[in-house]
Design a protein around this ligand. Structure first.
Ligand code: URA
Length: 434
């Protein structure tokens, strides 16, 4: 087989065979196919697309480019969740302990922040001592013992995705449905998931900006999941404003702790309850969503979800005193509420700009490998549709120095649009696809 022929075939809009896709993934992973040829094929795929059979082949080839976890002896049925990324999205921190407390094991490999969207690993590393680099053996042992793991992706899991994602990032080939689908689904399959809950975000703080594109991605991923004999449910959820109030690593961990104690912002609470209930349905622990919701509510009110979270922190080396007494977390010197200048309704939030304001404060990375300041961030005090009185706080900024604070305040104020007329609040979910 010759790589140039595969590139030409896709360039001309033809379909690649299963063998050709395997040849490409194997060759690129082992280094025999160079970046320039891989980049040319990725661009041809981005422009010409792939059908479901090709996308399924690509997903499997990527999943099997490294180790595929067999968790049968550890947990008979593992449900995973994946969010396509958003601002203030700390859902995994809450949902994983709830679901595990309901008796369904959750072994999850999460990612770091990407651009304006935060990452679960960065948030967890706010807790001093917490390890996100468990080996596969440690992952399995902890899953068997505690029923919950939240760690980073092992280097040998779907290595093709790691290489391809880095190449896509610098060749303008990230926004391709078949490439996103195979990237996400290959990692879930390699991590041993039997069932997958996909939280597909749509809006100004998401990679999918329109409901149409989010739906196409969600439907494509559900179809590929079914082809590969996995049970998959996709929720399309709103990301036209940050989820919950807090954006920033320690601030988000603290908000997650609030929710596990039965408090927290209502949109975030309701979102977590729905996602956790869907996961219980996928794992056969609940027959209906309502049944799932009552189990989830009970896990929170009884304190079992909170205990599971503590077990997780402790099992991965984190200092539990910080989550028990969150006031121990380091604080920035500058914590300032920013007031509204006039009485008006909040009409629109550019959530990506809020995410970028936090990156500018030092809470995310401008470039690969940047160190994070886990303390900084923004706490929003209003949601789209809220009437805000003049002088009432719009948001609170947590900054390490005045220059960064001023820049972030300007950025957040530019990201908010107000209206003199009342508006409907935003929905939490737009669609559920099975
Ligand atoms: N998240 C992924 O894991 N892969 C993509 O391609 C896009 C988002």
């Amino acid at each position: 087989m010759r790589m140039v022929e595969l590139i030409e075939k896709k360039r001309d809009g033809k379909m690649l065979t299963t063998e050709e896709i395997r040849y490409f993934i194997q060759g690129y992973t082992d280094g025999t196919i160079p970046d320039y040829q891989a980049a040319a094929l990725l661009m041809a795929i981005t422009l010409r697309g792939m059908d479901d059979r090709e996308t399924g082949d690509m997903t499997l080839a990527m999943a099997y480019s490294g180790e595929v976890l067999d968790l049968q002896n550890v947990a008979p049925f593992v449900v995973d969740k994946h969010s396509t990324g958003g601002v203030g999205d700390k859902v995994s921190l809450v949902v994983a302990p709830i679901v595990a407390a309901c008796g369904l094991p959750v072994g999850k490999m999460s990612g770091r922040g990407l651009g304006f969207s935060g990452g679960t690993l960065d948030k967890l590393e706010s807790v001093p001592g917490y390890r996100t680099d468990l080996s596969v053996a440690e992952f399995k042992a902890q899953l068997a013992q505690t029923g919950i793991v939240l760690t980073g992706q092992s280097a040998n899991l779907a290595p093709a995705d790691g290489k391809l994602y880095a190449l896509r990032d610098v060749t303008g080939t990230v926004p391709s449905m078949p490439l996103i689908t195979s990237s996400i689904m290959s990692k879930k399959i390699a991590a041993g998931a039997n069932a997958i809950l996909l939280d597909v975000k749509v809006g100004s703080g998401a990679f999918m900006r329109t409901l149409e594109s989010a739906r196409a991605l969600a439907e494509g991923m559900v179809r590929i999941g079914h082809t590969l004999e996995r049970t998959v449910t996709a929720l399309i959820s709103d990301m036209n404003q940050p989820l919950g109030n807090a954006v920033g690593n320690i601030l988000e961990v603290r908000e997650a702790i609030d929710v596990l104690h039965g408090h927290g912002p209502q949109d975030f609470v309701d979102h977590c309850i729905t996602v956790a209930a869907e996961m219980l349905c996928l794992g056969g622990r609940a027959e209906t969503l309502e049944g799932g919701v009552s189990q989830v509510t009970e896990a929170i009110t009884s304190g079992r979800a909170w205990e599971k979270f503590r077990q997780l922190i402790s099992a991965q080396g984190g200092d539990v005193r910080y989550v028990d007494e969150p006031e121990r977390f380091a604080q920035v010197p500058l914590v300032e509420p920013i007031p509204a200048s006039q009485r008006a309704y909040l009409a629109e939030v550019r959530a990506d700009e809020i995410g970028m304001a936090v990156v500018g404060l030092g809470g995310g990375r401008e470039k690969k490998g940047d160190a994070l300041d886990h303390r900084v961030g923004i706490v929003m005090h209003c949601k789209v549709g809220d009437l805000i009185e003049a002088g009432a706080p719009l948001f609170t900024i947590h900054a390490a120095d005045a220059a960064n604070r001023d820049e972030a305040v300007r950025r957040v104020l530019r990201a908010l649009t107000f209206s003199p007329d009342p508006l409907e609040p935003l929905p939490l979910f737009y669609a559920r696809i099975v």
